[in-house]
Write a protein that binds this ligand. Structure first.
Ligand code: SF4
Length: 290
């Protein structure tokens, strides 16, 4: 049996940077709070927990004073920075620079657009940490859409400025934009309303689906390794499944099933931007031992 780990899978640079910052801090103090899971991967969260990283919720964060808290790659709304200031919390900001840049753009668009009664639309997953952060930069007045039925929230007679959550697939973003144009035509009679489209999907994700398509095609069976909470994991797993019907999603080695494999199979192991390489290697060893 030939087993290959995809060279393009694994942590994106935003997550690598956040983990490096956490580990550097933990070396100094052996204990650090992190606001929310540092990465959507339970195995990696457990590894860092052993080193002293303690995940806290936003409610717990509000009760803390005079301490240090790490902000993960997803970014935070302005409110988090205000609470930290009031409670004398030192923030170790590991927000991904791409997300920070997007927050700045949304902030500017919101201020420019509000005088024109325009709407800031965010294509993303309601309640996702990154989306909460982005929404915070619209004074929580932005409109979050994730599927066609959510388009009813938009007033098509008013200007629209749309952004995407960084981890959304470029394809699904393109499709929803086309649906918006159709609704404009249908409801206003033309598509000349001021409709600003911002290409804000992250290339660390959008390029991966291109590489993954080929990777999934050249192997008989694909083992996709990811945490179940990872949005990007769900998107990339679908890419594999569409190319290779024998694609399986696992979070831990215990989920592997012997009956999935044949002796002559060529096996491809890949994962999300939040999947650690050490976990993919562990999966490879586990398959060899099945
Ligand atoms: S997926 Fe892109 S935007 Fe998100 S953390 Fe990784 S590098 Fe940053």
């Amino acid at each position: 049996m030939n087993i290959e780990i995809d060279r393009n899978s694994g942590f994106c640079f935003g997550v690598v940077k956040a983990i490096e910052i956490a580990e550097k801090e933990l070396k100094k103090s052996n204990s650090l709070y992190c606001l929310g899971d540092i990465v959507h991967n339970d195995a990696e969260v457990k590894r860092l927990k052993k080193k002293g990283l303690k995940t806290i919720s936003h409610n717990e964060f509000k009760t803390l004073k005079n301490t240090k808290v790490l902000l993960r790659a997803h970014g935070e709304p302005p409110e988090t920075y205000e609470i930290a200031k009031q409670n004398n919390i030192e923030l170790i900001d590991a927000s991904c620079p791409i997300v920070l840049n997007l927050q700045k753009k949304i902030d500017k668009a919101y201020h420019d657009f509000s005088s024109a009664e325009g709407q800031i639309v965010i294509f993303g997953k309601e309640g996702h940490a990154e989306v909460i952060g982005l929404l915070g930069h619209t004074g929580n007045r932005g409109i979050v859409i994730s599927e066609e039925k959510d388009l009813d929230k938009i007033d098509f007679s008013k200007p629209i400025n749309i952004f995407s959550q960084t981890t959304k697939s470029r394809n699904s973003y393109h499709n929803i934009i086309e649906k918006i144009k159709e609704r404009m035509l249908k409801e206003v009679g033309n598509d000349e309303i001021n409709f600003i489209i911002n290409d804000s999907t992250c290339r660390a994700v959008s390029n991966r689906d291109v590489f993954l398509k080929d990777f999934a095609k050249i192997h008989d069976i694909i083992i996709f390794v990811s945490g179940r909470k990872s949005s990007n994991g769900k998107v990339l797993y679908e890419v594999c499944k569409n190319q290779n019907d024998r694609s399986y999603f696992v979070s831990e080695t215990e989920e592997l099933r012997k009956e999935w494999f044949k002796e002559s199979d060529s096996v491809g192991i890949c994962g999300a931007t939040s999947t650690p390489t050490w976990l993919m290697k562990k999966v490879k060893n586990a398959i060899e031992n099945l």
